[in-house]
Write a protein that binds this ligand. Structure first.
Ligand code: CA
Length: 233
């Protein structure tokens, strides 16, 4: 078994107590973390090991959060990393919006940890993790993300691009049940108007391709809920 994919989150924050709290909670949620306590260190770290998401404090010694965000957006290899900005006061919230610094989302301190977790999950779902170049596996199904290849029990499985993205969405969080609406947003995008039944059509194709004639079904349909993965009852 390969290790499950753990997104890397870079925490950029100069308050030691908050760093400890964030690091502890994000790791408990299954993320890997790196910490930078000032802007310059953050810019260095981002270039070294490209994180999947950056939690970025606005007020930092050295280079502030805006500067770090600009650095991230300037480089092609880090341009698409989701940035969640933390701001200390409501006025800063306006500044983040007004300056259009390139943050994808922001939270005003003090914020609740469940709120932070929810924002992080939403951002990671929107953009496929940048550092994700490896393999996903579930049961006897392997996905080579860089090579865009899928195999089951060692035999190649041919999937269309939509089925590939659907399977990737399911395999990234194999323990979760996704509603049709969630899958629509993840695979087709939030701004595209597609009927929810479209998801069923593509799930059927995905099942057919994966299971063949006699393979066990790894996709479970949850009545009224949506779809998830299963290793069989
Ligand atoms: Ca600060």
């Amino acid at each position: 078994m390969t290790e499950p994919f753990k997104p890397l989150i870079l925490i950029v924050e100069d308050e030691a107590a908050l760093v400890t709290l964030l690091k502890y909670n994000l790791e408990a949620e299954g993320y890997r973390t790196e910490v930078a306590m000032d802007g310059l260190q953050a810019a260095e770290l981002v270039a070294k090991a490209v994180p999947d998401l950056v939690v970025l404090d606005w007020m930092l010694p050295g280079m502030d959060g805006i500067g770090v965000c600009r650095e991230i957006r300037r480089r092609p290899q880090t341009r698409d990393i989701p940035v969640l900005m933390l701001t200390a006061r409501a006025e800063e919230e306006d500044k983040v919006r007004g300056l259009n610094v390139g943050a994808d989302d922001y939270l005003v301190k003090p914020f609740s940890l469940p709120e932070l977790q929810a924002r992080i999950r939403a951002l990671l779902r929107r953009v496929p993790p940048v550092a994700q170049k490896g393999t996903l596996s579930f049961g006897d199904v392997e996905m080579d993300l860089a090579g865009r290849r899928v195999s089951r029990a060692g035999r190649p499985v041919h999937l269309g691009p939509t089925e590939f993205r659907l399977l990737q969405a399911l395999m990234q969080e194999p323990d979760r049940v996704f509603s049709r609406e969630e899958l629509l947003t993840m695979v087709w995008g939030a701004d595209i108007h597609v009927e929810v039944r479209t998801v069923d059509v593509h799930i059927r194709r995905l099942r057919l391709a994966l299971n063949g004639e006699d393979g066990a079904d790894i996709i479970r349909t949850v009545r009224g809920g949506g779809y998830g993965l299963t290793l069989g009852e």
